[in-house]
Design a protein around this ligand. Sequence first.
Ligand code: SAH
Length: 361
Amino acid sequence: MNPDNPNLLGMTPRELRETLTAHFGRRGEPGYRTRQVEEWLFRGDARSFGHMLNLPVDERGALGDSFRLGEPAVDTVSESADGTVKHLWTLRGGEVVESVLIPTRDRLTLCISSQAGCALRCRFCATGWSGFGRQLTPAEIVGQYRASARWAAERGRGAVTNVVFMGMGEPLANRKGVFPALTILNSGYGIGARRITVSTVGVIPGIAALAERPEQFRLALSLHAPVTELRAELIPLEKRYPLDQLMEALAAFNSKGGRRVTFEYTMIRDVNDDPALIAPLAELAIRVQAFVNLIPFNPIPYVEWKPSRRSRVREFRDRLEAAGVPAAVREPRGRDIEAACGQLRASRRGDRIGPGGQPER
Ligand code: SAH
């Protein structure tokens, strides 16, 4: 296969249909060939054109002459004692990204990356410290899903039921990659829009664009502080898109589709876990009818911070609930394989650590 051929994995179902219809039309082949290929891609999990056994051999060859089905290559797979599975993928050009399969009682959630690295430099996030590599293409995002889902299916781990954009990168800073990938995962691979969550640190134009989409994709906002001054210390983007404007964007998102947003709140000891923050947090959640996920901070090598104490995390949850805000405590999974939030890529990319062990920022 020619590496410069268009990758069919990155085409939306509509683009794929147009492309294949034109291709088979030029070759004088019947219209149902297009549907056969679609079937192989979206349901048959074909890894190559050679797998498409109900196509004539010549047609398999002709597809390979014009197109490719390129997936990210597996670099390493690690499995945690708690069942979490991390894939490290090598992309063309040598960048590495990660995705994580997270089994729970009734779900298999896949956490995928939207960028190699990240430009937004949130202080608590290892990806931010490692700097920005490049945007992922739709095919590279969808490819993480295909290859992970195949890995799970081949080992009897069941089907991927949910996809969350909580791996490396800021998905709403890569709409060219992420928006087509959303379409492909939803209308191509049949993952319900309500089972796909885009997590953002608050890129307002991206939230507005997601709100305009007819599908009911879910939105999570990485809030981490309910007041602007503190949030700006943790998240540089707060200066560009401050909380009050962010809340307006979320209210507008809600009014488009009645979709409940989630606040992600990573609890860092003595940084953002003062009980005095519970009231403003509850106020924001009530304003935009958000569900609050409280996540004990997962330590990273670049800062001295520790997770909040258990009792403090529970206090936040209980007092939010008492204020009428639904809240849950989420445990970071896969700590032993460095698959937990914010750790992705960091250890592998030790090469980006600057002199004296200080990360280059
Ligand atoms: N850029 C997007 C998605 C990637 S991060 C976003 O910010 O939402 C996915 C989630 O992991 C975010 O909620 C992020 O704040 C959280 N996270 C990052 N580093 C973490 C850490 N060290 N401990 C706990 N959660 C972390």
